[in-house]
Design a protein. Structure first.
Length: 330
């Protein structure tokens, strides 16, 4: 039986205009530009200032750009999968808000929560709908308003993240290009190393949880760093080996942008040289589900038909994984 393959046929993005530089953060917490740049690679990040706009707005803008770039109407979309850890509401799903905003009246839609691995998990899930023939056009969106869950008095976390969104369209490939392989992992016993303690059903919002700042992102930075460095490097190498890819066969590494040192370690382990690694953490920080599609957006002009791409991510959960795809957009 011939197996269908899903490929990315268009990319879109949204970044808020406001740039928060490391120097801006020096005025809020005891930090400095040099520390942030050398420890993380971040120089500035975008912040969505408008209090009336959030994750759905950014996802909507990214989705609109995908439709425009592909030259199709929203009615042609069958499915929207939206990865986020900062939904507008617990329910309805942020994907439903995007469905309404773009007028995708023939689509069903749901959110997917896998923190910084969210976009990869969503891309894998979306590809299954294409491969099974149950959907023809799937919008996969990664969007996070990280500034909504950051404590700008905590220097160990607030310097790391930014707001932003990216999106892609998945359609059936008619040749060898498209998503070829995927590998995903979870280590659920590390749940409290990177999490948002309150606001869910275990610790619903109360004056006390707000007073204790339990609605902010908390992480054990060193533990996450160690595990992320190993996890992202291991899974990237694993997917290369399974698919008989040598370093010279890889055209681009598309890594989640959490820390430049994690990205460098992954590339070193794969044997991939730094010119083949997409890095924009300096401009946007860690936008969680947004990082990988934002890389694809920024690099789309440099991608050639048939290029081998390895997408890799690590995030809260812990969740991590990699996708091997052949770029299929001319
Ligand atoms: N400015 C200046 N000094 C700081 C800052 C800051 N912003 N933050 C911490 N420090 C200090 C610490 O207090 C510590 O001081 P001490 O030695 O006197 O105790 C020193 O710098 C070193 O701290 P470390 O935590 O060891 O610094 P490290 O080199 O590990 O860098 C960082 C910290 C950047 C957070 C790193 O651990 C990291 O990137 N972790 C991974 C983050 C990540 O990948 N998250 C996953 C994705 S997020 C998601 O899934 C939603």
């Amino acid at each position: 039986m011939e197996v269908k393959r899903a490929k990315i046929t268009a990319v879109g993005h949204y970044l808020p205009e406001h740039r928060m530089t490391n120097h801006d953060l020096e005025k809020l917490v005891d930090t400095n530009d040099e520390w942030i740049r050398t420890r993380t690679g971040i120089e500035e990040r975008r912040i969505l200032k408008d209090p009336d706009k959030a994750t759905a707005f950014m996802g909507t803008e990214a989705a609109k750009e995908v439709l425009e770039n592909r030259g199709i109407s929203a009615e042609e979309i069958d499915l929207i999968i939206l990865a986020t850890v900062t939904p507008d509401y617990f329910f309805p799903a942020t994907a439903c808000l995007v469905q309404k905003n773009i007028g995708a009246k023939n689509a069903f839609a749901f959110d997917l929560s896998a923190a910084c691995s969210g976009f990869l998990y969503a891309l894998s899930t979306g590809s299954m709908y294409i491969e099974s023939g149950r959907a023809q056009k799937v919008l996969v969106i990664g969007t996070d308003k990280m500034s909504s869950i950051l404590n700008y008095e905590d220097r160990s976390t607030c310097i790391l993240f930014g707001d932003g969104a990216g999106a892609v369209l998945l359609e059936e490939s008619d040749d060898e290009t498209g998503l070829i392989d995927q590998k995903h992992y979870v280590e659920g016993d590390s749940d409290c190393a990177l999490y948002q303690p309150a606001g869910g059903s275990l610790n619903p919002a109360t004056p006390e949880t707000v007073e204790k700042g339990l609605h902010y992102l908390k992480q054990d930075g060193r533990a996450v760093f160690k595990k992320a460095t190993m996890g992202m490097a291991d899974v990237s190498l694993e997917i290369m080996k399974i698919n008989n890819l040598d370093p010279e066969d890889v055209a681009w590494l598309v890594p989640h942008q959490a820390n430049l040192r994690i990205i460098d370690a992954t590339a070193r382990r794969m044997g991939v040289s730094s010119e083949k690694v997409m890095v924009n953490i300096n401009k946007y920080g860690n936008t969680t589900a947004g990082t990988i599609p934002l890389c694809l957006y920024d690099w789309q002009e440099k991608l050639n038909y048939g290029d081998n791409l390895i997408l890799a991510a690590f995030g809260g959960g812990f969740t991590w994984g990699a996708i091997y795809l052949k770029w299929g957009t001319k």
